[in-house]
Design a protein around this ligand. Structure first.
Ligand SMILES: NC(=O)c1ccc[n+]([C@@H]2O[C@H](COP(=O)([O-])OP(=O)(O)OC[C@H]3O[C@@H](n4cnc5c(N)ncnc54)[C@H](OP(=O)(O)O)[C@@H]3O)[C@@H](O)[C@H]2O)c1
Length: 230
């Protein structure tokens, strides 16, 4: 059995596949909060460099070993990459909490953002539908711009909220723990059907739908309860 596989269930290890803007910010927060992380990227040297920077709680692995050895996996990847990767990983995702920060977004040649899915189809609904039946899907960690995610942890006097959406009650404990360890307060907006509310472009509860603001728990609860714009 590979060393990574033997660690499954033995403690909490979070795999982060993708160590770009979102994956590296999240890895830094989790390690600062004493969470073990295993990092993977397309170019393994990028994962190794971040693991070296983060010290003993972080290690680098191949994508397959990272996923196999973890209790939860964050796909800090572009939506098209996630769509390619999930079928390749197949059974490795059974029984895992799969956390997806992706937004249905791309940039045109002028650097302008454009939507890559039809209006009202969320990236969350696309990714959740690709997973094996035993995987527990959560939309989370993509509700802030990467700079705000990196800078917004452990805010005082009141922590900022990270929203999440899931249909799996069994994933709630895991995602709420990881959000708290990262230095934020968690708030569930609903199930996968509500994932579009926390995606950009267009989500009313994404940072860009909240005028760029980071909100505390009271503000976040009021925003979730507010009537959704048409
Ligand atoms: N950037 C933001 O402000 C922001 C905010 C909210 C949500 N999001 C969402 O978060 C996701 C990641 O965005 P990002 O800005 O962090 O992207 P990014 O900086 O471009 O990083 C992408 C990462 O994906 C890795 N990767 C690409 N193909 C791979 C493969 N086949 N296997 C394993 N790893 C692979 C890359 O590996 P290498 O390092 O080897 O190239 C890189 O580490 C996107 O879905 C985006 O919509 C982004």
């Amino acid at each position: 059995m590979p060393e990574s596989a033997s660690r499954k269930g033995a403690g909490s290890t979070t795999a982060i596949v993708g160590v770009g803007n979102i994956g590296s910010a999240l890895a830094r927060h989790l390690v600062r909060g004493d969470e073990a992380v295993v990092l993977a990227a397309k170019d393994g040297s990028h994962a190794e460099a971040l693991a070296d920077e983060l010290g003993p709680l972080a290690r680098a692995a191949s994508v397959e070993d990272a996923v196999a050895g973890a209790d939860a996996v964050v796909f800090a990847l572009w939506l098209d990459t996630i769509k390619e990767l999930i079928p390749r990983l197949g059974d490795l995702l059974e029984d895992e909490v799969v956390i997806d920060p992706s937004n249905p977004i791309a940039f045109d040649e002028k650097g302008q953002t454009m939507r890559t899915l039809p209006e009202r189809q969320s990236a969350g609904s696309v990714v959740a539908a690709l997973l094996p039946p035993g995987a527990q899907y959560v939309k989370a960690f993509g509700t802030l711009g990467a700079g705000a995610l990196a800078a917004g942890a452990n805010r005082e006097p009141r922590r900022a909220v990270l929203f999440y959406a899931t249909d799996d009650d069994g994933a709630v404990t895991t995602i709420e723990r990881l959000i708290r360890v990262s230095g934020f307060d968690p708030l569930k907006v609903g199930g996968v059907a509500d994932a579009g509310r926390i995606e950009a472009p267009g989500g009313d509860l994404h940072q860009f739908g909240l005028n760029g603001q980071l909100v505390d728990l009271d503000q976040a609860r009021a925003a979730v309860a507010a009537e959704r714009p048409p």
